[in-house]
Design a protein around this ligand. Structure first.
Ligand code: NDP
Length: 298
């Protein structure tokens, strides 16, 4: 008798979901691992989130991602939270463990996996531009990984201060939050600077207001923007001799962690070492022109 017609299901709930390329990256990973798994990129409105989660639960989905605007709202529909999700108070990856749905946050860990090969955050002074969801996730993982000092610069001073408080509650390290006015100068003792704002999303000419003359060789400059991967911020940093990290690295990093959480496969083993490259290649194919003008909300 023929069998094997059932696929394991994963996916993403967000709105708008049309331009989110994560499906391409994750289905490439499933093929690479020989898994008969699917990733359903589902358009879910806020008033449909509870039903979507209940549906995934009823169908035995292995797990799912959350993107805008559901990362906080999903929490009340889950059975528990992992440590990062609890500290960040946002969930981007839900994992079925037995009969429970547990919320994890892989955004910041995904960023760390792209940073660590070029700079161990232990002891580092990191400057974060922005204080939204991406900044929160990155800040918490940086302090958990041993960063020495965080300098937060945000347009809205209140939101910057809220993030500083959240970081101090996670670990008592040195954190300062300042309001963003004019072109921000990068202090000489900063090791890593990260654009965590949405400036540059879908617009390679958009300018992050920094004093470019304070960029210097040796500084690591990262951008969370995945589309276009080569932002003006990174172009200016590269011209100044900085080491640059694009937003695709973070996107791939959190995707790799999601696959590990859902499948139980050890994604750090040599047997899966090429999985990240497979995922990045799949995204680069997408970004090489086919969907180049889309706005990606990871
Ligand atoms: P939020 O809406 O939560 O935060 C946006 C941040 O950008 C805020 O700090 C906001 O400042 C700031 N900002 C927006 N426009 C400006 C501007 N013109 N000048 C100065 N500051 C500005 O969004 P998220 O944090 O969730 O997402 C931010 C970006 O990160 C998005 O582009 C998203 O696609 C990307 N991302 C990438 C991921 C990846 O894997 N590569 C993963 C997750 C997110 P204020 O508080 O003053 O409004």
């Amino acid at each position: 008798m023929a069998s094997g017609f059932r696929s394991e299901l994963t996916g993403c709930f967000s709105t708008p979901c049309e331009d989110n390329p994560t499906v391409v990256m994750l289905e490439a990973a499933f093929r690479r691992l020989g898994l008969n798994w699917r990733y359903i990129n589902a358009e879910v409105q806020p008033d449909g989130l509870a039903a979507a989660v209940a549906g995934a639960r009823a169908m035995g989905w292995k797990g799912f991602n959350l993107s805008m605007p559901h990362k906080v709202a999903v929490i009340e529909h889950l059975d528990g939270l992992g440590e990062s999700a609890r500290l960040i108070h946002a969930v981007n990856c839900v994992v079925r463990r037995g009969n429970t749905l547990i919320g994890e946050n892989t955004d910041g860990k995904g960023f760390l996996s792209s940073l660590v090969p070029v700079r161990n955050p232990q002891g580092a002074h990191v400057m974060l531009l922005g204080a939204g969801g991406a900044a929160r996730a990155i800040a918490v993982e940086l302090v958990l990984a041993g960063a020495r000092k965080l300098t937060i610069v945000n347009r809205s001073a209140d939101r910057g201060e809220d993030l500083a408080k959240l970081v101090r509650a996670a670990k008592p390290i040195e954190v300062t939050a300042t309001a963003w006015t004019g072109d921000v100068a990068i202090p000489a003792d900063v090791d890593v600077i990260v654009n965590c704002t949405s400036i540059g999303l879908g617009d390679a000419t958009a300018r992050v207001p920094i004093a470019v003359e304070t960029l210097r060789p040796g500084l690591i400059v990262a951008d969370v923007i995945p589309n276009p991967p080569q932002t003006r911020f990174l172009t200016e940093a590269r011209a100044a001799g900085c080491t640059t990290l694009d937003g695709l690295g973070m996107l791939v990093g959190q995707g790799v962690l999601g696959v590990g959480y859902w499948s139980g496969i050890d994604v750090t083993s040599p047997a899966t070492a090429d999985m990240a490259a497979t995922m990045r290649n799949a995204l680069e194919e997408v970004f090489s022109g086919v969907i180049s003008a889309c706005s990606v909300v990871a």
